[in-house]
Design a protein around this ligand. Structure first.
Ligand code: HAM
Length: 426
């Protein structure tokens, strides 16, 4: 086969029939659970103002400094959203959702864009689902977000996961901790990797995230955030832990978990899976009590998470979890000759009206070719119609699974078979 002239961009994928069914199943499962938790869906544009993402996610983060797709048109600067928390904070502010009363529990599903080096589980266009609980500073909101994340994995059957949690405190605690990290790392900075030395200047907290082996022994001995939390942050973290215990959600405390986005305050968490290889984070999130104000809104404590849909699907593949089967039409109308084609054209909408899924050949192929096609399309039954059948008013109904045939009138056929599924109801 000749190489195609046009292909998708590096790190961006088509989701084809055969693959898309698992996506649809996962999305409907997320919507079903969202309804149980009373999260309401929000859909924001895939493009935002560059300034929102820079301020929201943080100028010095990898995402903003290296990974955003941005362009300008006239006086406007556009960015393809790399994540959805800052856009949700923007929408919350723009639509004055604080005036809607109470806590807003929102969820989203959609594509995100980061110009990362593609590898397994890391794409440039990828998809997330996530929740944002806006307007509560209670630790129970943190646990609701975590609980939803765990529930989705549980429903899918991904249970071999590790939930790691940490508190990175509020700005006061973090200021004191950042100072302590600077004091600890500065005298030994020659031993740090280039990347960490750079971070020491810009954002010392992110050194804790380093993947460079030479940094690890130094990080091991570094001061711990738990010693710098102020009382309110420490109390909040204790409450999160006790609510997780109440809901029997197991976790590990990871004092080195800092996350790569600047908006976090207090709780940070990540869910990893050993089935994913090097990109092992299924989901991550945390509390961001200052973000809404940062983007011009009212004081709004909030917490949320996002999970990578591709990564959930990779985990399913590794675990042999089949989320969905390809769709099977109830009926494939096999027509012999022009008269039968006209008859079938008339029947198709009536058959579908009865709730059956049905298709037929459109290109006047031989009966053998049509039967082959019915098989390829996984039809449950083939209804064979030619001049003889139309004259007699009885048709051959072939059960494609059992390979058996019966001669029946249309009425008998529709008493005999039942729609396998109602489209849109799964
Ligand atoms: P994040 O940790 O950057 O957090 O992304 C969340 C999840 O998205 C990751 O755990 C991973 O599964 C998936 N993901 C991230 N980048 C890629 C990529 N290049 N390819 C494939 N999957 C990827 C956030 O985005 C925050 N907005 C989460 C949040 C919500 N925090 C509070 N609320």
């Amino acid at each position: 086969m000749a190489n195609p002239t046009y292909t998708t961009h590096h790190g961006m994928k088509d989701i084809l029939p055969g693959e898309v069914e698992a996506w649809q199943r996962l999305e409907s499962l997320i919507r079903e659970e969202a309804e149980r938790y009373h999260f309401r869906e929000i859909r924001t544009p895939v493009m935002e103002q560059t300034e929102l993402i820079v301020r929201g996610v943080g100028q010095l983060t990898d995402i903003v400094s290296k990974e955003i797709f941005s362009f300008s048109r006239g006086d406007d600067n556009y960015v393809l959203r790399p994540e959805c928390t800052a856009p949700v904070a923007r929408a919350y502010t723009q639509h004055h959702m604080e005036q809607w009363g109470g806590t807003r529990k929102l969820f989203y599903i959609g594509p995100m864009f980061r110009a990362e080096r593609p590898q397994k589980g890391r794409q440039r266009q990828f998809h997330q689902f996530g929740v944002e609980i806006m307007g509560s500073d209670d630790a129970l909101a943190d646990v609701e977000a975590i609980s939803f994340m765990m529930r989705i994995c549980h429903r899918i059957g991904i249970t071999n996961t590790t939930l790691r949690i940490n508190s990175i405190g509020d700005p006061d605690s973090r200021k004191a901790y950042t100072k302590a990290l600077k004091e600890y790392f500065t005298p030994i900075k020659e031993k740090l990797s280039d990347l960490s030395r750079d971070r020491l200047e810009k954002n010392p907290l992110r050194i804790l995230d380093s993947k460079e082996p030479e940094d690890h022994p130094l990080i091991e001995e570094a001061p711990r955030i738990s010693d710098y939390l102020n009382q309110a942050s420490a109390d909040h973290f204790e409450a999160v832990k006790s609510y997780l215990d109440l809901q029997e959600i197991s976790y590990e405390i990871d004092p080195l978990l800092v996350r790569g986005l600047d908006y976090y305050t207090r709780t940070a968490f990540e869910l990893t899976s050993p089935d994913l290889g090097s990109q092992d984070a299924l989901a991550g999130g945390g509390r961001y009590d200052l973000l809404v104000e940062e983007v011009g809104g009212p004081k709004t404590p909030a917490v949320g998470f996002a999970a990578g849909i591709e990564r959930l699907l990779i985990a399913c593949e590794e675990l042999g979890i089949e989320l969905a089967e390809p769709p099977r039409p109830d009926l494939y109308l096999v027509t012999l000759g022009e008269r039968a084609k006209i008859w079938a054209t008339e029947q198709l909408p009536k058959i579908r009206e009865k709730g059956f899924s049905a298709t037929m050949d459109y290109s006047g192929r031989s009966m053998k070719a049509q039967m082959k096609d019915a098989n390829r399309e996984l039809a449950r039954f083939a209804l064979i119609a030619g001049d003889n059948e139309l004259d007699a008013g009885t048709f051959t109904l072939r059960d494609m699974t059992e390979s058996s045939e019966e001669s029946l009138t249309l009425e008998e056929i529709f008493n005999h078979i039942h729609p396998a599924s109602t489209p849109g109801s799964n």
